[in-house]
Design a protein. Sequence first.
Length: 107
Amino acid sequence: MVGSMMRTKKMHTEDWKFVEGNKIWEWEMPAGEIGGKILPGLTLSNDDLPHYLKSCFVYCCIYPKDYEIEREILNRQWVAHGLIKENEGIDVEVTANQFIKDIITHA
């Protein structure tokens, strides 16, 4: 997750030092919680997403772990919930598919 996030940036030593030294890695999971160091990595990835993608990324949390999300259904849900709006005549399905590609690139 963090590696993918960094791949989308120009590789600067300062960026890596910021990620490595971020206090988010010190988070402690409550007893019995699953996640360990995954939650901080997801948080960093989410924080790095452009604003217009954050809601779409977080929306995916409604699905259970290992659930295979159908792209067309996800696209329709994003549109129905107002996460994707028509933009200057560009089809919302085209926009939704691009959002999915962008999220995968960042995640």
